[in-house]
Design a protein around this ligand. Structure first.
Ligand code: FO1
Length: 319
């Protein structure tokens, strides 16, 4: 079975680990978010691609869900001694090797998709990991201060340094000129199932959908498209989805509101947590099949059960 999954960072990567446990014989292609990407100290850092690669490749810092296990910070300490910032985004020594390889390949003219393939040759994540685009399409967040002055900050600064204050809007800088990376549109068109893991619907899945052609391919594919809600109750399971949903005009933080935000043109099915079962009727009324199942990714078995439920809903949606 060919499965294509759009993925963001920590939540997406943890879901994929469960998916591979539930469907070990499936051919899985991951379309990874590049909106979080940032250049620091001259190095190109791709947090969401690296989180998928490290998580599925066995190198992830399990507690953080990003960065490497067994990490040291000699370089970061030396940079701090030089007073060279930013001090709010720390690169570990092992992780820096990834960024050195990526940066020298990019500088040699390789597209990000080829770089990602080369890095994955070492990590063997067990999926084909494609960046949504080889072009730059970084997510920026527009803030308005108390005097009403507007400023745009890179998503990493918004999230890591500023801890996600209220935001006015989200801008995917350059996305309108970006092309889907090689293989992305085919992975959507030729899939048996397309999955939206419980990633951030705006800055992770939304950043992938912002690349022209991808949303259209998802609407056109014969494959059922099934998503899992990143919201349980009225709060995101992790991260700042509530803040960025508000910034795109979705005032309600709920599983149903996210399903409606994606819409029936994109979604055939939507999994919500058992505690939100009462929202199923509203989601079905929006033209999206809905099932209520346990959605907390406590461990790989729980996540595998979620992935299986998504595959079952996809099978029902197809028939
Ligand atoms: N998140 C933090 O909260 N603090 C950090 O210093 C930090 C460093 C970092 C370095 C590499 C990397 O791949 C991710 C890193 N992250 C850090 C997490 C990052 O902000 C998130 O993984 C994603 O961008 C959100 O999906």
């Amino acid at each position: 079975m060919k499965i294509t999954a759009l993925a963001g960072g920590v939540g997406g990567a943890r879901f994929l680990r469960g998916l591979l446990a539930a469907a070990p014989d499936a051919n899985v292609t991951v379309i990874g978010n590049v909106g979080d990407d940032i250049t620091l100290h001259g190095l190109r850092v791709c947090p969401d691609l690296d989180t998928v690669m490290y998580t599925l490749g066995g190198g992830i810092h399990e507690g953080q869900g990003w960065g490497r296990a067994g990490e040291t910070f000699s370089v970061a300490d030396e940079l701090a001694e030089y007073g060279v910032g930013p001090d709010w985004f720390t690169l570990g020594d092992r992780d820096i090797a990834t960024h050195l390889v990526r940066t020298q390949m990019l500088d040699a003219g390789y597209p990000l998709s080829a770089v990602t393939e080369a890095l994955c040759a070492r990590w063997k994540p067990g999926v084909r990991l494609l960046p949504a685009t080889d072009d730059r399409a970084e997510t920026h967040v527009v803030l308005r201060d108390e005097e009403g002055k507007r400023q745009a900050v890179h998503f990493q600064e918004y999230w890591v340094r500023m801890h996600a204050p209220d935001a006015e809007s989200i801008v995917f800088v350059g996305a309108e000129k970006a092309q889907p990376a090689p293989g992305v549109l085919e992975a959507v068109a030729e899939a048996d199932v397309v999955l939206f893991p419980p990633s951030n619907p705006v800055v992770s899945i939304g950043a992938v959908l912002a690349v022209p052609g991808i949303r259209e391919a998802l609407a056109a594919t014969a494959a059922p498209v099934v998503g899992l809600s990143p919201i349980i109750g009225s709060a995101p399971v992790r991260g700042m989805a509530d803040k960025v949903l508000a910034a795109v005009g979705v005032a309600e933080t709920s599983a149903a509101a996210v399903a409606e935000y994606y819409g029936p043109n994109l979604l055939d099915g939507w999994l919500i947590d058992e505690s939100d079962a009462k929202q199923a009727e509203r989601i079905e009324a929006a033209g999206i099949s809905c099932r209520a199942v346990p959605l907390l990714m406590r461990d790989v078995d729980a996540t595998a059960a979620m992935a299986q439920a998504a595959l079952d809903l996809a099978a029902e949606s197809r028939s």
